[in-house]
Write a protein that binds this ligand. Sequence first.
Ligand code: AMP
Length: 204
Amino acid sequence: MNIILLGPPGAGKGTLAEPIKEKFGLEHLSTGDMLRAEIKAGSDVGKQADEYMKAGKLVPDEVVIGAVANRVKSAEKGLMFDGFPRTIEQAEALEKIANIDAVIYMSVPVDVVVDRLCSRKVCPSCGKIYSTKTYNETVCEKCGAEIITRADDKEEIVRDRYEVYVKNTSPLIGYYSEKGVLHTLDSLDFNENVEKVTEILKSV
Ligand code: AMP
């Protein structure tokens, strides 16, 4: 089974991915995490992606599609795509290399996105996500690494990222709805969403 988590930055895709990947034995493929790892490693892909990511712009399709295709080829389990596809062109490329069983669309208003991302911290080592509203420690409770604020989680950049989402990514809602694989979550409650996704994935 391959699934997509679709929604604006800050919708909670990464947080939802954790319990779902455990329950269904899926591999979590976050293109944001993948690109940040490429930047850290100083690879060609990382060099091409760096400036776009700092500015909250989309990395060019050909760069992201190439990197995702390699991961898809080497995947040993079903995949849960997070942050990919982000354009119709990416969705069309994905269709050629993987069958998509369900798209989980998380609908979240812009003010919630800004509020969440401006109080978000992440573990650069294991990827665990925290909110400074509920977590006051400086290190990750899972792996002990120092948690950080992402460079692109500044209000101005967050608003730009949301605009990029509306313009380039939101057309995917209609795209997957027409294909009959779209499921919408409109609750902001984490536990409710885990339950709903569990039901959806049991039925596909
Ligand atoms: P994320 O971690 O999903 O919020 O992604 C962080 C940044 O990585 C985005 O703002 C983009 O610059 C870049 N990025 C991640 N996924 C993609 C994608 N599918 N297409 C283009 N750029 C991407």
